[in-house]
Design a protein around this ligand. Structure first.
Ligand SMILES: [Zn+2]
Length: 126
């Protein structure tokens, strides 16, 4: 086994552990969201009884929850892509420019699918 292989093996273990953790987080988030929206349909009228600040907090909490869910889903997708590319032997190659992603970047972000340059470019776009 080459050194690069053992690095990938180590990162794979991290990705699998991360995936498990995020999947659990996501499940908790989705559960709390569905229990919140269950009471929402009858909340329309009673909303006027609430203190406006409470409503704002509720809305904020729900939006935060949704953002967390979206975020977790994105990371899960990336982790799966990274694991897939490990199977194919294309792990660590930028999907935008086909350059190798620096090992330092992969160490920090094992599920990175683009190199720093492409990442920065796509962040500027959005
Ligand atoms: Zn790139």
């Amino acid at each position: 086994m080459t050194e690069a292989d053992s690095v990938v093996m180590k990162l794979k273990q991290r990705l699998l552990a991360d995936r498990k953790r995020i999947e659990e987080e996501l499940r908790t988030l989705v559960e709390s969201e569905s229990s919140e929206s269950a009471g929402e349909s009858m909340g329309e009228l009673s909303m006027y009884d609430n203190h406006p600040a409470d409503v704002a907090t509720e809305t904020f909490e729900r939006e935060k929850n949704e953002a967390l869910i979206r975020n977790a889903e994105t990371i899960l997708k990336r982790i799966n892509m990274a694991l897939e590319s490990m199977e194919k032997g294309t792990y660590g190659v930028c999907r935008e420019c086909n350059e190798h992603i620096s090992p330092e970047r992969l160490e920090v972000l094992p599920y990175a699918v683009t190199c720093m340059t492409c990442q920065e470019r796509s962040e500027r776009k959005t």
